[in-house]
Write a protein that binds this ligand. Structure first.
Ligand SMILES: [Mn+2]
Length: 290
């Protein structure tokens, strides 16, 4: 077995599902390269357990907006402790609990997280949320890369409410694997793959698995490199619907067809869960990646 690249979607404290996924893949530390798209903590049942698994496995964490928010809070608290003035983000109850539970080794781990990670062998970039199409990587705003879901009419980054998923306008290279925008089906674009399949909302935890030197295959064949395990239960309400609806906008096609996810998809639709079109339509009119 060569050295595989395994890229894992948003875990959000779902440690049991993460263990199941890694068991199923037969992850081997030192041989495989493991990368997380970020948002490992908060909302789910076991944020600390997830960070323990990351340390155990030697995984690389790409920083998600949840990690970023916690780190901003931490920086402000440390500044205040030194007697400096600092504005701290309002964490809310859930993040407050996580922030106070994290151990010093957890903070140390989170402090080291990069905003992007490039898998050289697979010519694939991992980022939490995405890129603004048409802008060189070195000019991308890290805050946007952790939060973008869609682009507006002028190609501007949108967190919520944009009509077009950014990945539908992005024409690479490189291929980008991202999380953040939860939907029950992976989002398959020509040069981007979204693998946040909403585990914490009762969906799935999904990984992209690439052999050494393999680049993500075309959309028609992309599912071949995706592996999912189902959530054991729904741990948190609301996120998939809110995020999915805002992100997908007009591009949504709810699939009623049979498939491995069909039953669950139907049951969740009652709660306004929006399912991503797969494959996503290419943007019409040749507007390209402006
Ligand atoms: Mn996120």
């Amino acid at each position: 077995m060569g050295s595989r690249a395994i890229i894992v979607g948003d875990v959000h404290g779902c440690s049991a599902e993460l263990r199941s996924l890694l068991d199923r893949l037969g992850y081997v530390r030192g041989s495989d390269t493991l990368v997380f798209v970020g948002d490992l903590v908060a909302r789910g049942p076991d944020s600390l357990g997830v960070l323990d698994i990351v340390r155990e496995t030697g995984g690389i964490i790409v920083r998600g907006n949840h990690e970023d928010r916690l780190l901003s809070w931490r920086r402000a608290m440390l500044a205040r402790a030194r007697g400096e003035f600092a504005l701290a983000p309002d964490l809310g109850r859930l993040h407050n609990e996580v922030a106070h539970a994290l151990r010093s080794e957890d903070w140390a781990l989170l402090e080291t997280t990069p905003v992007t990670h490039f898998l050289e062998s697979n010519k694939t970039l991992v980022v939490h949320a995405g890129l603004v199409p048409g802008i060189p990587l070195e000019q991308q705003d890290p805050q946007v890369m952790m939060r973008i879901r869609s682009v507006g009419d002028r190609g501007e980054a949108r967190d919520h409410g944009g009509a077009t998923p950014w990945g539908a306008r992005y024409m690479g290279p490189p291929h980008v694997v991202f999380g953040h925008a939860a939907s029950l089906d992976a989002q398959l674009h020509p040069f981007a793959t979204g693998i946040d399949t909403g585990c914490v909302y009762g969906g799935y935890l999904t990984a992209m698995v690439l052999e050494e030197g393999e680049v993500p295959p075309p959309v028609a064949d992309r599912m071949r490199v995706l592996v999912s395990v189902p959530a054991r239960r729904r741990y948190f309400d609301g996120g998939v619907g809110v995020g999915g609806r805002a992100m997908i906008g007009e591009q949504v096609r709810i699939s009623h067809g049979p498939g491995p996810h069909a039953a669950r998809r139907r049951s969740l639709r009652d709660r306004e869960v929006v399912v991503a079109a797969a494959p996503a339509r290419r943007s019409a009119g040749g507007r390209g990646t402006r």
